[in-house]
Design a protein around this ligand. Structure first.
Ligand SMILES: [Zn+2]
Length: 335
C-alpha cells in the first residue's frame, strides 16, 4: 500500500443538499439545523430557487406551477434572513453551514449551488454554463460549487444532461439521495419519484465511461428538515480540520466518498500501470458489503496516470472517536 503515514486528515460527514420550509417543502430551518447537528459536521440547507424552463402554460399542471412559484418567491424574499439564521445556527449548534440553493431544469437536469461565504449571493441562470459564466464574471469562482443531483432520471425530465456537465466549479456529482441510487442503472434502490424511471445514460458509470472526472457525494435531498437522515445519503470527506475553509478545500479537492447509512471512514491509495489514458478503479462492492456493518455505495477513483503499478485497500476495525467539538462518532473504515 502506498505510504499513508503522514496522512494528516480527519474524516468529516455532511449533507449539502436537503430542504425545509424556506421554499416549498416542510419543516423549519431551525429544526433542520438542529437535526443536522445531531449527526453531521457540515451541511447546506437548500432553498429551491428557480426553474427556468418550467412549463407555466400547461393547465394540467397549474397547481404544481403555482406551488413552485410560491416557493421560489419565498426563498428570494427571505434570502438575507436565511443567511443570518444559518450564521447564528452555526455558532449555536457548532456545525459548519454553507448557504445553498437549487435550480431545476428539464433540459440540463437539476443543480445544487453551494456557497463558501456566509454572505453568499444567490446567482441564477438558465443553464449551468451561463451560471458558471456569471460567477466568473464577478470573480466569485472561489466561493461557489455547483453539482448535478438525482442524475438517474431521464434527460429532459430533470435527470442529468452530461452535455451541460463540465468543470470548473463542478468537481462533484451527487450519486445517491432519497430519490435513489445512480451509481449504475440497476441499483439496490431504483428511482421512485414521479420523475422516474431512471435511465442508463443518467448513471455515474456511464459518465465515467465518457472520460469525465469527478468526486462522488451522497446527500439526503430530504424535504422535511432532516439533513443527515439515516439511509438516504451522506457524504464523507477527508479534511485538514473542521474549519469551513478546510471542509470547502476537501470538497473541491474531491477527497470525498458517498454513503447511505452508517458513517464510515474510507482511506485508499491507488496505483495504476497505464499510460496516456484515464483509468477508473472501482472498489469491489461485494468485498465492502461483506466486510462492513453498513452499506457503502462505492468508491470510485479516477486518475490520469503515468506508470503507476497497482492498487491496495485494507480494513481497519471499528472504533470510536471524538471530533474537535467533543461529539462522539462511530467509525468504520478502510485503510
Ligand atoms: Zn433538491
Amino acid at each position: 500500500m502506498k505510504n499513508t503515514t503522514g496522512f494528516d486528515y480527519q474524516a468529516l460527514y455532511g449533507d449539502i443538499h436537503n430542504h425545509c420550509n424556506i421554499s416549498y417543502t416542510y419543516g423549519s430551518l431551525d429544526d433542520a439545523i438542529k437535526n443536522a447537528a445531531l449527526r453531521l459536521d457540515f451541511a447546506s440547507i437548500t432553498g429551491n430557487a428557480s426553474w427556468p424552463d418550467m412549463d407555466e402554460h400547461d393547465p394540467r399542471i397549474h397547481h404544481i406551477v403555482q406551488f413552485h412559484q410560491r416557493g421560489f418567491a419565498k426563498v428570494h424574499n427571505n434570502w438575507d434572513n436565511y443567511l443570518e439564521r444559518i450564521s447564528k445556527g452555526e455558532t449555536a449548534h457548532q456545525i459548519v453551514l454553507f448557504p445553498g440553493y437549487e435550480i431545476h431544469s428539464n433540459e440540463h437536469g437539476d443543480y445544487t449551488i453551494v456557497g463558501l461565504k456566509p454572505s453568499t449571493r444567490m446567482i441564477l441562470a438558465d443553464s449551468p454554463q451561463e451560471l458558471r459564466q456569471r460567477i466568473f464574471k464577478e470573480n466569485l469562482e472561489e466561493g461557489y460549487l455547483i453539482f448535478p443531483h438525482h442524475i438517474g432520471y431521464r434527460q429532459g425530465a430533470r435527470g442529468v444532461n452530461w452535455n451541460s456537465f463540465e468543470n470548473p466549479l463542478t468537481p462533484l456529482v451527487e450519486i445517491a439521495s432519497a430519490h435513489g441510487f445512480a451509481e449504475e442503472d440497476l441499483s439496490d434502490r431504483p428511482f421512485l419519484h414521479s420523475m422516474g424511471p431512471q435511465q442508463h445514460q443518467g448513471s455515474m458509470r456511464y459518465e465515467l465511461g465518457l472520460g469525465h472526472q469527478f468526486g462522488v457525494i451522497a446527500n439526503t435531498d430530504h424535504h422535511s428538515a432532516h439533513p443527515g437522515s439515516y439511509g438516504h445519503g451522506v457524504t464523507g470527506i477527508w479534511a485538514s480540520s473542521d474549519r469551513r475553509e478546510d471542509v470547502w478545500e476537501s470538497l473541491n479537492a474531491k477527497r470525498t466518498w458517498a454513503m447511505t447509512g452508517d458513517l464510515m471512514q474510507l482511506k485508499f491509495a491507488v496505483e495504476i500501470s497505464c499510460k496516456d489514458r484515464f483509468v477508473v478503479i472501482l472498489v469491489n462492492q461485494e468485498i465492502l458489503k461483506s466486510s462492513l456493518p453498513a452499506q457503502l455505495i462505492t468508491l470510485n477513483y479516477l486518475r490520469q496516470n503515468k506508470g503507476i503499478v497497482g492498487t491496495c485497500l485494507c480494513f481497519q476495525s471499528v472504533k470510536w472517536r471524538r471530533n474537535s467539538r467533543g461529539r462522539r462518532k462511530q467509525l468504520f473504515g478502510l485503510n
